[in-house]
Design a protein around this ligand. Structure first.
Ligand code: SPD
Length: 335
């Protein structure tokens, strides 16, 4: 089946930093993103494409120079053109591969369209529902970040709901079924629209929407370097374990996040992956276009989390609930 998204997969951006950007003078404006109370990542601003306060969050889309155009929400970088594949490929293809032949995807969050784009690359995909609370972020990403969405939201297989994810789930729990559910959310910080979506109650609410025991859920789960935040990733995994029989943590490294980011897969049946050469064949046969980050070996590598991290995850028993929500640190300001 031909589609806007699969055709555009051929135009995958190359990871070649702009020579111009490297020779430019230092920018005068910076996003100052606190990673811990003592550590910050400064993202230089070459130019502003758009900046506004929406009803839910502050948003800016800026040219960051070497990493290209990037989306910031509440001052924290969400995705950048040059390294977004380090995030979107593992977030989408790990659960899809663990399912085997997904026909339906539910993407919660993901206003930039990168996760939807990757879901559409599976030849088995018949339907993708994107649910994001913030229509203004979706519209701005459509206008200013075509390199990320690559027309994915115009694909006839895609349905868009501008709605709170919890409300969408509760309104559709008896009518909709999905093979893969992807939580492509902002960090669960105080006052973040995503805070309630990292709780046991929310994970439980997903169960009726899963099409079968082969369904898989994936999510970004906070810093995997437990030095920055020793409890967030382990507690999100423990919260998933309180709902799903099988949970597998993994990690990615996208340079603009400053440190490794945890992800997790959850399912009611064991989550296994074939041998690397089998994955390579499957990617070649079942997915349109070339992968940038993933092949069989790198996919397995993502699941090799450091020993102290996997030990902390195994030993964690505290969970997040509506009454006791997550505690992601961090905020950004413009300097
Ligand atoms: N700490 C950064 C986590 C970013 C999560 N959201 C990314 C959205 C990309 N579609």
């Amino acid at each position: 089946m031909s589609s806007v998204a699969s055709d555009d997969a051929q135009m995958y951006p190359k990871h070649v930093p702009s020579a111009d950007a490297n020779n430019e003078e230092a920018p005068h404006l910076w996003f100052h993103e606190l990673i811990t109370p003592y550590d910050a990542y400064h993202h230089g601003v070459r130019s502003f494409l758009c900046a506004k306060q929406t009803p839910y969050q502050s948003m800016a889309i800026v040219d960051t120079g070497v990493y290209g155009k990037a989306l910031f929400l509440d001052g924290k970088i969400q995705t950048a053109v040059k390294d977004e594949a380090y995030y979107h490929e593992p977030l989408v293809h790990a659960p899809a591969l663990a399912h085997g032949a997904p026909k339906s995807f539910l993407v919660l969050g993901g206003a930039d369209g990168g996760a939807v784009r990757e879901a559409l690359r599976w030849r088995s995909t018949e339907q993708v529902t994107l649910v994001d609370i913030d229509g203004e972020v979706i519209e701005s990403c459509q206008e200013y970040l075509p390199e990320i969405h690559r027309g994915a939201l115009q694909d006839p297989r895609v349905e868009l709901a501008v709605q709170d994810a919890a409300e969408f789930i509760s309104n559709n729990s008896s009518t909709r079924k999905y093979d893969v559910v992807i939580c492509d959310l902002t960090d669960p910080m105080e006052n973040s629209p995503s805070l309630g979506l990292f709780t046991r109650e929310f994970f439980e609410s997903l169960l009726p929407l899963l099409s079968s025991s082969s369904s898989r859920v994936s999510l970004q789960a906070g810093p995997a370097s437990l030095i920055e935040n020793p409890t967030l990733f382990p507690r999100i995994c423990a919260t998933l374990r309180s709902v799903f029989a099988y949970v597998r943590p993994y990690q990615i490294y996208a340079p603009t996040y400053g440190s490794p980011l945890g992800m997790a897969l959850a399912s009611s049946e064991p989550i296994e992956f074939p041998q690397p050469h089998v994955i390579d064949d499957k990617f070649r046969n079942d997915i349109s276009g070339d992968m940038f980050i993933l092949d069989g070996h790198s996919l397995h590598g993502h699941f090799g989390v450091p020993r102290y991290v996997s030990t902390a995850i195994e030993n964690e028993s505290r969970i997040f609930t509506k009454r006791e929500t997550a505690n992601a640190f961090g905020h950004g300001t413009l300097l």
